[in-house]
Design a protein around this ligand. Sequence first.
Ligand SMILES: Nc1ncnc2c1ncn2[C@@H]1O[C@H](COP(=O)(O)OP(=O)(O)OP(=O)(O)O)[C@@H](O)[C@H]1O
Length: 353
Amino acid sequence: MTLIVQARQALGEFVLDAGFTSDGGVTALFGPSGSGKTSLVRLIAGLSKPDHGRLMVDGEVLLDTENRIFVPKHRRRFGYVFQEGRLFPHLSVRQNLNYGRWFAPKTMQTENFDRIVELLGIGALLVRRPGKLSGGEKQRVAIGRALLCAPRLLLMDEPLAALDDQRKAEILPYLERLRDETSTPIVYVSHSVSEVARLADRVVMMKDGRVEAVGTPSEVLSLPSTDRRDAGAVLTGTVETIDIPHWLATIRLSQAQIVVPNARVEEGRSVRVHIPERDVMVATQRPEGLSALNILEGIIAAIEPDGDGMVRIRIRCGDDMVLARITALSVERLDLKLEKPVFAVIKTVALER
Ligand SMILES: Nc1ncnc2c1ncn2[C@@H]1O[C@H](COP(=O)(O)OP(=O)(O)OP(=O)(O)O)[C@@H](O)[C@H]1O
């Protein structure tokens, strides 16, 4: 699948002027509130029309303002999942799902039902009405309904934003399965670093209506302009062991292991971990007697002034890069220099959420 989108639209004072391409997988539209993510996804969906723009899927032109082409939303064959599921309250889960199936091309109408129900773990809910479902269950049904239309692209606009952390944690593994076990490309709107770190293959970072950066989660989420509270490294590893009594998973990175609070993952599974740069300290000797579980040995690969007396240190640990944001005074006191061996003391690391 290839998706090419480019659009310009004035919305009152706000001007959206953005575009990106995708070759499939999960593309996250990421950025602060008001950066234009929803406006861009609405244009892709055909829910609004840009002043100027072009949209192509697999070579088919769905929008081209110059040539006055505008394929209406119901003929684009895109699935759409909103923040709140928007299920029909008077229909059972099965009927809600069947409603989605109705829009699929005839040849695809039957094959998918059981597989999608199993994929999303909603088999036990089929006879219930939406009023009797939790927020996370509703979202899973909404995703199922969207998938049953056999969409060629699934648009998800902050699908977890209305859920509490526990429900988010419940639903994220289903989204991962969706990514890994279906070939449906997804455009996923979110302003959560951890969600994007966990799910996205590619990140389109937006700011003030424009695309500021495009790349892998590790490339984009470590950029200084990412929300300060969450900026940091995103590393990929494999679950080595699970310690259920302590609720910890040990993840093998390129060189070292890292211990992460979570015991819900399966051993052998490939996962991403997010290490916020503000939660990393730098030491020139291996510290002892600390409560931090993760101390990684590495070499300083970059020292970047970051304003307000702060400095970002990039520490190369094997093939992984860990980021630390520390004071310029600490850099002086510890005499930190390029290529110096150091220890990254990691206070928090998250496997998801
Ligand atoms: N129809 C409209 N008329 C005027 N302004 C609009 C309209 N639609 C959106 N905007 C403005 O465009 C900007 C971008 O909004 P948009 O919802 O796309 O951002 P977002 O990145 O999705 O934000 P959030 O994460 O809060 O949903 C906002 O400043 C919003 O107020």
